[in-house]
Design a protein around this ligand. Structure first.
Ligand code: SF4
Length: 237
């Protein structure tokens, strides 16, 4: 049994998913999330484009941030990690307690499952992949982030997206999908098709932690990953 077969077996996806090629219509959804733009001082009639801060400066800003109440939890900020030139950007809602304890995005059993999902499509942490969250500080009790917290933290994520300029964004879980698309719909209606986020293809799928709770959804997650591979392969720079 080769490595891929082993991974697919672990995901309960072998062999029925080997020959499937999903045909998925593209759906372009206008994002309703507030657009945060940096506006230059009106010193000239010529528009001034403000670039996002470079990675080190951005990391420092997040580290020092007190822009919402989540800074008071005392938990370490979770900036994100991976290949800073990655084509693939994965975004989940908020760091959980185990991630904060280990200072590692997507830790524990959910992280192991994510690693296996990445391996199944010949990717890995730091290998053309960047992982991050909507909010960089974990809400207490692993509750969902509030809208005011999402709004406060969104500029950091947008700077990360601008710096990465990925070929594909994959949201993991309900919170990330709805926040980035600016909709309130069940994840089941958002997944399985392509959306647009500021000119970048965006695909929604399940959070690995949810897949551990609902293993039957692994097949749909695998379908999403197959679409993701096709999408990245079709993007020309
Ligand atoms: S969640 Fe984001 S906005 Fe809020 S304190 Fe942490 S880094 Fe700042």
């Amino acid at each position: 049994m080769d490595r891929n077969e082993a991974v697919l077996r672990e995901l309960n996806l072998y062999p029925q998913w080997q020959l499937r090629v999903p045909v998925v219509a593209q759906l372009r959804v206008a994002q309703a999330m507030p657009v945060v733009t940096q506006v230059a001082e009106p010193v000239s009639v010529t528009p001034v484009l403000v670039r996002p801060p470079a990675w080190p400066e951005l990391k420092q800003k997040v580290h020092d941030c007190t822009d919402c109440n989540l800074h008071a939890t005392g938990s370490p900020t979770m900036f994100g990690s991976g290949d800073e030139a990655a084509d693939w950007l994965f975004i989940a809602g908020a760091p959980g307690a185990e991630e904060e304890k280990l200072c590692l995005p997507f830790a524990g059993f959910a992280g192991k499952l994510l690693d296996n999902m990445l391996s199944a499509i010949k990717l890995g942490r730091g290998k053309n992949v960047y992982l991050t969250h909507l909010v960089k500080c974990g809400p207490p009790g692993e509750r969902e982030p509030k809208s005011v917290e999402l709004a406060a933290c969104l500029p950091y994520l947008q700077s990360q997206i601008e710096l990465l300029n990925p070929k594909l964004i994959i949201t993991l879980g309900q919170t990330a999908a709805c926040a980035l698309l600016g909709v309130e719909q069940p994840l089941d209606t958002l997944r399985g098709k392509l959306h647009d986020y500021r000119g970048i293809s965006l695909l929604c799928t399940y959070h690995p932690a949810d897949l551990l709770q609902r293993p039957l959804d692994k097949a749909k997650a695998w379908q999403d990953l197959r679409l993701a591979v096709q999408t990245v392969a079709s993007v020309t720079v």
